[in-house]
Design a protein around this ligand. Structure first.
Ligand code: DGY
Length: 323
């Protein structure tokens, strides 16, 4: 008897109990290895599948779907989808989904924490202490910059940017933002955020947080020229995508004191880290975990499973009455 169940590929181990729901409708092929799979392996997997559940590790474009006649849907576990060539996939009739909303608050928490850690030198101070360098209490040990009462600059004012702005109110910060388009006045009011142009944002922010989606148009947007417009006492936090920052220029600025500190969760060549950034004291480095609370990562996988099921036409669709 012919195989009538659609087949889906899960590109790395996710939460087994959640991904297991796919088995109700589909034959599921799960790749056991975590990490970036070679492009020809991705193409080979897609060749025999109707759908795929993938992560930011998987780059998929025209070449990878060239021999995938059955492929109808790709569900990305993540809000960012710059790993997928959406125009090429859409043109081929493939539905592409992502996981917005469920990670907003968790990611905003982390962005705020990273900004605070950079400003107040928290990880640097801990390393120093663990190294046995704390010999006596001193008035001038590890002095950092304030967060409360300063100006927060948010570049990219989508859901996560807005959630960060809301947190800033508790720290009595002035919030400036720049975005492709200006928010409605009522949303600006809720976020207590003021729209400014890019150069004003750079010049006035004490703490600049990057939360914008990556596209080639914003590649190295934060380069030497942009950094030169920032205050030397400022911090830069990136929870968006590594490619937005020119890491050489950032390393120059952090080494020379042109910028006080940085908090980075994302990197251009991740998981490889720029060696000069690794060597610096005044940068907090984390391994792309901004959305990484257990509950949120589970919610992301759950939503991606629902998205894939719905896109392949077997699950509930948006607007369906609850069962
Ligand atoms: C996202 O959702 O885009 C994050 O970067 C990965 O969790």
């Amino acid at each position: 008897m012919a195989d009538v169940r659609p087949r889906v590929w899960v590109s790395q181990p996710l939460f087994g109990d959640i991904v297991g729901r796919l088995r109700e409708h589909f034959d599921v092929i799960e790749t056991a290895a975590v990490g970036k799979h070679p492009q020809d392996e991705i193409a080979a997997m897609l060749a025999s599948c109707d759908g795929a559940l993938v992560t930011l590790n998987d780059r998929i474009g025209a070449a990878e779907i060239a021999n995938a006649p059955r492929l109808r849907a790709i569900a990305n576990v993540g809000v960012g989808y710059n790993n997928l060539d959406v125009p090429a996939l859409t043109q081929a009739g493939i539905v592409v989904t992502n996981t917005p909303d469920v990670l907003t608050e968790t990611t905003a928490d982390f962005g705020f924490a990273l900004m605070m850690a950079a400003a107040r030198r928290i990880t640097e101070a801990e390393r120093w202490l663990r190294d046995g360098q704390w010999k006596q209490w001193s008035f001038e040990t590890m002095l950092g910059g304030d967060v409360h009462g300063t100006t927060l600059g948010i570049l990219g004012m989508g859901r996560i940017g807005q959630a960060i702005a809301c947190r800033a109110a508790g720290f009595r910060m002035r919030v400036l933002y720049h975005n492709r388009s200006r928010l409605r006045a009522d949303i600006e009011g809720t976020c207590r955020a003021q729209y400014v142009d890019f150069d004003t944002l750079l010049a006035q922010a004490d703490h600049l947080v990057l939360v914008l989606p990556y596209s080639p148009a914003v590649h190295h947007l934060i380069d030497a020229t942009a950094i030169a417009k920032m205050k030397p006492t400022a911090t830069l936090t990136n929870i968006a995508r590594g490619g937005i920052v020119d890491e050489d220029a950032l390393a120059d600025a952090l080494e020379s004191g042109r910028l006080a500190a940085a908090g980075l969760d994302v990197y251009e060549g991740e998981p490889a880290i720029h060696p000069r950034l690794l060597a610096l004291r005044n940068v907090v480095l984390t391994p792309h975990i901004a959305s990484g609370s257990l509950a949120t990562r589970r919610a992301m996988v759950s939503l991606a499973v629902e998205n894939l099921t719905a896109a392949l036409g077997v699950g509930p669709r948006a607007g369906d009455p609850p069962s």
